[in-house]
Design a protein around this ligand. Structure first.
Ligand SMILES: C[S@@+](CC[C@H](N)C(=O)[O-])C[C@H]1O[C@@H](n2cnc3c(N)ncnc32)[C@H](O)[C@@H]1O
Length: 277
């Protein structure tokens, strides 16, 4: 589709504009989210309208007007074409998610991660889905594993509101308990003996390792995400997790490490899976 988009725009863009044109966009249900380089800002309406013309399901096109920021990891977005709406419905792994693209974090690029972990979950597991956002991890786990229960912890009140709606929409009420608040407080005070914890908080997630380890049973598994410099990403992520295990007199066993996605020219997002005995 991006190919078609470029072909159609080919005649309308200058040589310089063609060079900086970003070829792909994320489709979040009927909202498309695209990066528009500065040099192309004058053509953003044309680009947005062309995306809508080419994709029957896209009704709104938003441009990214800054990086994810703040503790809720929200992405500043501006509508450049189509209907003036920010609430969308997105489908992934036989699950449906409704959310406001401005007021909550959601990344379709973590879809493979959620399925990968679903396949590792053993029957009867109790799982801490920390930094749960609008609920994709616990809901995909409910639909794709035989876990006993997930405890979904999230700070952003808007994300919590949509997560509760999504749990109902996907009929997962019996399997997911939503805990609104800070992972550091909730993991220490309310959770213990978890079999597995997901920590999809790649910026600053290391400051939640201590509380997460306290909530994890002996021999439990943590999926720890980090955005780090390409060359040393895995070593640094392992070092951070291992050091916290040592501090808490737990034995660190590395089970797996993988690149989740490229992040920038110099950084990548990685995940390490480790057992803490
Ligand atoms: C990178 S997003 C991941 C969201 C979701 N798991 C997903 O994959 O779509 C991180 C989430 O953690 C939440 N968050 C940030 N600080 C938190 C904290 N101290 N305790 C609980 N949640 C927090 C943010 O509001 C955000 O929704």
């Amino acid at each position: 589709m991006a190919g078609n988009l470029k072909e159609i725009l080919e005649k309308k863009l200058s040589k310089k504009e063609k060079e900086v044109f970003v070829k792909s966009f994320d489709s979040l249900g009927n909202i498309a989210v695209i990066e528009i380089p500065k040099e192309l800002e004058k053509k953003e309406k044309l680009i947005g309208n062309t995306i809508i013309k080419l994709n029957k399901n896209i009704k709104t096109v938003c441009k990214i007007s800054g990086p994810h920021k703040g503790k809720y990891r929200l992405q500043p977005l501006k509508i450049i074409a189509g209907e003036k709406k920010f609430i969308t419905e997105y489908k992934e792994s036989a699950c449906r998610f409704v959310f406001d693209v401005r007021k909550t974090f959601f990344s379709p690029r973590l879809c493979n991660e959620r399925l990968r972990i679903s396949k590792l979950i053993k029957k009867g597991e109790k799982i801490g889905c920390f930094f749960a956002g609008i609920g994709p991890y616990p809901i995909v786990f409910t639909k794709n594993s035989f876990m006993k229960k997930a405890f979904a912890v999230e700070l952003n009140p808007n994300a919590v509101k949509f997560m509760k709606e999504n749990i109902k929409l996907n009929k997962c009420e019996e399997k997911i308990e939503v805990l609104k608040g800070d992972v550091n407080k909730i993991a220490s005070a309310k959770l213990k003996n978890l079999d597995r914890i997901t920590m999809p908080m790649p910026h600053g997630g290391e400051t939640f390792l201590k509380a997460s380890l306290k909530a994890l049973k002996k021999g439990g598994i943590i999926h720890f995400y980090q955005v780090l410099k390409k060359e040393t990403a895995f070593d640094e992520a392992v070092k951070r997790a291992k050091n916290e295990c040592i501090k808490q007199k737990r034995k660190f066993i590395l089970l797996n490490k993988r690149q989740v996605r490229p992040f920038s020219a110099s950084k990548i997002q990685v995940v390490i899976d480790f057992k803490a005995k």
